[in-house]
Ligand binder design. Structure first.
Ligand SMILES: Nc1ncnc2c1ncn2[C@@H]1O[C@H](COP(=O)(O)OP(=O)(O)OP(=O)(O)O)[C@@H](O)[C@H]1O
Length: 237
């Protein structure tokens, strides 16, 4: 679903991604675990077309991001690190706007907006301005938005920052449900080891390079420690 080959991105003298190669199949929930400055956000910015890479290629659902950007991007849903809803519009208007951008027919959009908010427990907020919602519910609405056009690849950039444990768990469960229902591939950036431990597969990114790739237990083993947290700290400090 996602195939990244030798991806390089520099900011002047600083290398943020140093020849990164990795593939994600459908139906896999993958944590991208990296400390501050590892290159996680840069990778997401390249994958979502906000930045152009200096080298390498990315394919989404078999489409090159470089050569077929619009078609490739149509297969991606994304929740960015910074909240990106319009605070003054209602939840429904925010979601409707996204549905229109993707050309969803009105009835399909309405059905998916209602079902998505119902599933995440935010249906009661549909006609309230986003400004009135808690941080946790705003995040849930962002997830509903990211999934509205049924993307094959879901990118989540540290989506649980600032959320309480219950909201974190709800968000994770909702993403898991989508993976199970539609076979979505998920790349979930985090620097929280406990979130990575819940993933099918963990990629450890440090200074723009992949240090380890496998199940949480396998990654700990690759990095030479009995537990993932210890292994992660040891490998990235
Ligand atoms: N706009 C920019 N200009 C210059 N350097 C940048 C820019 N954005 C990021 N960098 C640098 O690129 C490297 C990777 O940063 P990036 O933000 O991608 O890491 P990150 O893993 O997302 O970190 P965090 O967890 O703190 O968000 C860092 O060395 C950072 O200082």
């Amino acid at each position: 679903m996602l195939d990244i080959q030798s991806l390089t991105k520099r900011y002047g003298e600083r290398t943020a991604l140093a020849g990164l190669s990795v593939s994600l199949p459908a139906g896999q929930f993958v944590a991208l675990l990296g400390p501050n400055g590892a290159g996680k956000s840069t990778l997401f910015q390249v994958l979502t077309g906000l930045f152009v890479a200096d080298g390498g290629d990315v394919q989404v659902a078999g489409l090159s991001l470089h050569r077929h950007a619009v078609k490739a991007l149509a297969h991606i849903g994304v929740v960015f690190q910074q909240m990106s809803l319009d605070l003054d519009l209602s939840v429904r208007r925010n979601l409707q706007f996204h549905a229109d951008l993707h050309g969803l027919p009105g009835a399909v959009a309405r059905e998916r907006i209602d079902a998505g908010c119902q599933a995440l427990g935010t249906a009661a907020d549909l006609d309230r301005p986003v400004r009135e919602l808690s941080g946790g519910n705003r995040r849930k609405v962002e997830l509903v938005r990211a999934l509205l056009h049924h993307p094959q690849l879901l990118l989540m950039d540290e989506p649980t920052v600032g959320l309480d444990p219950k909201s974190r768990r709800d968000l994770l469960a909702a993403v898991r449900a989508d993976v199970a229902a539609r076979g979505t591939a998920v790349l979930w950036a985090t620097h929280l080891v406990e979130e990575a431990e819940a993933a099918d597969r963990v990629l450890v990114l440090h200074k723009g390079r992949l240090l380890a790739d496998g199940t949480p237990a396998r990654v700990a083993e690759q990095l030479g420690a009995p537990r993932l947290e210890e292994a992660f700290i040891k490998a990235t400090t």
